[in-house]
Design a protein around this ligand. Structure first.
Ligand SMILES: O=P(O)(O)OC[C@H]1O[C@H](O)[C@H](O)[C@@H](O)[C@@H]1O
Length: 316
């Protein structure tokens, strides 16, 4: 499948200030002349910071998050592949840990490409894309044994003025088909969860993981977070889920070729139970809105590819 809005390669005739990209000791950072910036660890290809030109951080990262590759990052945008949550024991992913291996594998930085025209904007606007790769050969022996399929992932992180696009491309490099799920586990930063709501999830069926995985129908198009929430919204018709604070739009999260979104906030007790979640009242400052394909399984035949992701627009 062709990726819509893929930025073109840097044109030699480009003039004016250019984005700067630095790669050092497992961290890749990109900064636009507008001041927008992104920082990505090669560990998990985890985006750990995304700032708007105003200097405003859009992602939440725990103060106790491990950034040394010893454990998946608690915050930012961990990549979930090839299973979401604890995999069913009778499925081919059954021996993998919760959320699979992508978030705790060492990815390769494949390089950058830049564009003078915006990836999702009609207005001319510089952007830069950072590509990261993960394939079977890079996995730990344990992960290879637990999920014995040949695959190739390319994760493209595109930074534009006031927006971030993250796209995961999955390719079956083997001789047999495989099934997978994928999800971008974005931890968004909010000022005050008590003034925060999401819009765009109305008339959708969701599975409530807090209430014994029972199915419910979302009737109110606005969802306020007033306690622990862990919901899988399925087959959503509206492409964009917005985070609104005090009635003002904060972030618009648009799914690309993905139909599901998980809403997660651990609230008081669950936050206390997570050693890498700090400060303990940090749940007041974050909301996970996680786009993905987690309802059932995506099947890929040998040689086939799947691509899905998100474009996030920041209003500040
Ligand atoms: O603690 P982790 O493995 O990072 O998972 C954190 C959370 O991820 C998703 O949002 C799931 O829906 C939650 O059930 C899970 O608690």
């Amino acid at each position: 499948m062709d990726r819509p809005n893929k930025p073109a390669a840097l044109s030699p005739s480009s003039t004016g200030p250019q984005p700067t990209v630095r790669s050092d000791k497992g961290r890749v950072t990109a900064t636009l002349p507008t001041g927008d910036s992104v920082e990505v660890l090669t560990y998990g290809a985890t985006v750990i910071s995304w700032k708007s030109g105003s200097g405003q951080e859009n992602l939440w990262v725990s103060e106790a998050a491990k950034l040394d590759g010893s454990k998946p990052v608690r915050g930012g945008i961990p990549v979930v592949f090839p299973c979401f949550g604890p995999p069913p024991k009778d499925h081919a992913t059954g021996k993998l840990p919760q959320h699979g291996f992508a978030r705790n594998s060492q990815w390769e930085f494949l390089g950058k490409s830049s564009s003078e025209s915006g990836a999702s904007s009609s207005k001319a606007d510089d952007s830069v894309t950072l590509d990261f790769g993960l394939s079977t050969a890079q996995l730990s022996e344990e992960a290879k044994k637990a999920w014995p399929f040949d695959f190739g992932l390319v994760y493209s992180v595109t930074l534009g003025k006031g927006r971030l696009q993250t796209m995961l491309n999955v390719r079956n490099e083997g001789k047999t088909s495989f099934e997978f799920q994928m999800l971008l586990h974005s931890y968004f930063r909010v000022e005050d969860i008590s003034r925060t709501e999401t819009r765009g999830l109305g008339s959708v069926t969701y599975v409530d993981k807090v209430l014994n995985a029972t199915e419910h129908q979302q009737t109110d198009p606005n969802v306020r977070i007033t306690g622990e929430v862990d919901r899988v919204y399925k087959s959503i018709k509206i492409d964009t889920t917005s985070i609104v604070e005090g009635g003002q739009p904060r972030l618009d999260i648009t799914r690309d070729n993905l139909e599901d979104t998980v809403l997660w906030n651990p609230w008081i007790e669950k936050a206390k139970g997570m050693g890498d979640f700090e400060p303990k009242d940090g749940y007041k400052k974050m909301l996970c809105v996680e786009v993905g394909a987690v309802e059932g399984w995506q099947k890929l035949e040998p040689g086939d590819t799947f691509e899905g992701g998100q474009i996030v627009k920041s209003h500040v």
